[in-house]
Design a protein around this ligand. Structure first.
Ligand code: GLP
Length: 261
């Protein structure tokens, strides 16, 4: 697991956009994993700028979303499918239908989850998965207690996550859905490169657990310690509880130039 401590969200976005640009140059039909939440927004802005400058194209790429609320009307602005469309998909040149998400309004939820897993597998799996992290250590919507072997399924959001996400629903926690569909931890672990970004002191404990805690379903992101290619990009505040932060800085400062994130 590589830990990169940067000055802020923009510096992080540049590094991640570099990785996306390199991936798409080498493999134009690459499969991206897209995350919602505020953490990836600077990255989406940066890749959109590069697309406008003609540096990167998503025309042959595909993308899979991590998660979706259950039961929000199709046109609800906070439905993750609409959020991803607004934040990134509609701003670059993805082909129609190239971006997919789990169907939170399916009549048969287990069948929709199975179909989503099959679609990811058919696409050849995810090359680069973007991730944020919840204050309780969730990735996607895999809340504490999630099976480390889980696949796409329905989950019940914790009170903490609903409170955290109420800001997207005019501060009204009752408007935040109780259920969601999320790629499971094993689904996320199948991606070839996991890139997790976190900023702010609110994420410091979750980042500490992710990097330095014991692997446990109580801090679901810790499963990433079992993945061979993980990049964790954080600002100073999110890094503030990392015991070995001086070492992570030293590693990054002395990295061989050919070795990218
Ligand atoms: C939501 C999403 C996660 C995201 C997390 C953190 O619950 N399902 O994918 O990582 O929130 O969000 P933010 O980046 O806004 O702090």
């Amino acid at each position: 697991m590589e830990v990169v401590i940067e000055s802020g969200a923009q510096a992080i976005a540049v590094l991640v956009a570099d990785a996306v640009e390199r991936l798409l140059a080498a493999k134009p039909e690459a499969v991206l994993g897209l995350a919602t939440g505020s953490s990836p927004l600077a990255i989406y802005d940066e890749v959109t700028r590069r697309y406008a400058d003609g540096r990167v194209s998503f025309a042959r790429a595909r993308a899979f979303m991590l998660d979706e609320y259950v039961g929000l009307p199709g046109d609800h602005p906070e439905r993750y499918r609409n959020v991803i469309e607004r934040d990134v998909a509609s701003r670059v040149d993805f082909a129609p239908g190239a971006v997919q998400g789990p169907d939170g309004n399916a009549e048969d939820i287990p069948a929709a989850c199975e179909a989503y897993e099959a679609a990811i597998a058919r696409a050849g799996g995810v090359d680069l998965q973007l991730l944020g992290i919840g204050t309780d250590g969730h990735i996607g919507f895999n809340e504490p207690g999630s099976s480390l072997a889980s696949r796409t399924r329905i989950k019940t959001l914790t009170a903490q996550t609903r409170a955290d996400n109420a800001r997207f629903f005019d501060g009204d926690i009752d408007a935040v859905p109780r259920h969601c569909l999320t790629q499971g931890l094993a689904t996320i672990m199948s991606a070839r490169h996991l890139v997790l970004v976190a900023t702010g002191t609110g994420k410091a404990e979750a980042v500490h657990q992710l990097v330095e805690g014991a692997v446990s379903a109580m801090w679901p992101a810790t499963v990433m310690q079992h993945h061979p290619h993980v990049t964790v990009l954080v600002d100073e505040a999110a890094a503030s509880r990392l015991t070995l932060r001086a070492y992570y800085r030293e590693i990054y400062a002395n990295k061989p130039p050919w070795q990218r994130i």
